[in-house]
Design a protein around this ligand. Structure first.
Ligand code: SF4
Length: 90
């Protein structure tokens, strides 16, 4: 499976973070992006940067998280890939 960096048209250096104040361990992200997320010892989702995953899978996980807990970041400045944008930037 190709990584996000290899996906045609995908932003460079894509990463995901999970806001553990919001995550409820519903595991929708594990179904939408197998290889990108796993549950930690508290049953909260954490991102696995080494994959395998695709940008489309990450975007699907973000868009389908019932708690809106997944934030995608890209590029050297780690700009957020949210729509609507930027809950976590000032
Ligand atoms: S889908 Fe959202 S709430 Fe559910 S485990 Fe993943 S990040 Fe947490």
């Amino acid at each position: 499976m190709r990584t996000a960096a290899q996906d045609a048209g995908a932003p460079d250096e894509v990463r995901a973070i999970v806001d553990h104040d919001l995550c409820a361990g519903v595991t929708q992200c594990l179904r939408m992006a197998p290889g990108a997320f796993q549950l930690d010892e508290d049953q909260l989702s954490v991102f696995a940067p080494s994959g395998p995953w695709t940008f489309e899978q990450l975007a699907a996980a973000r868009d389908n998280c019932p708690m809106a807990a997944i934030i995608l970041l890209a590029g050297p400045g780690r700009a957020t890939l949210q729509d609507p944008p930027l809950r976590y930037t000032e």
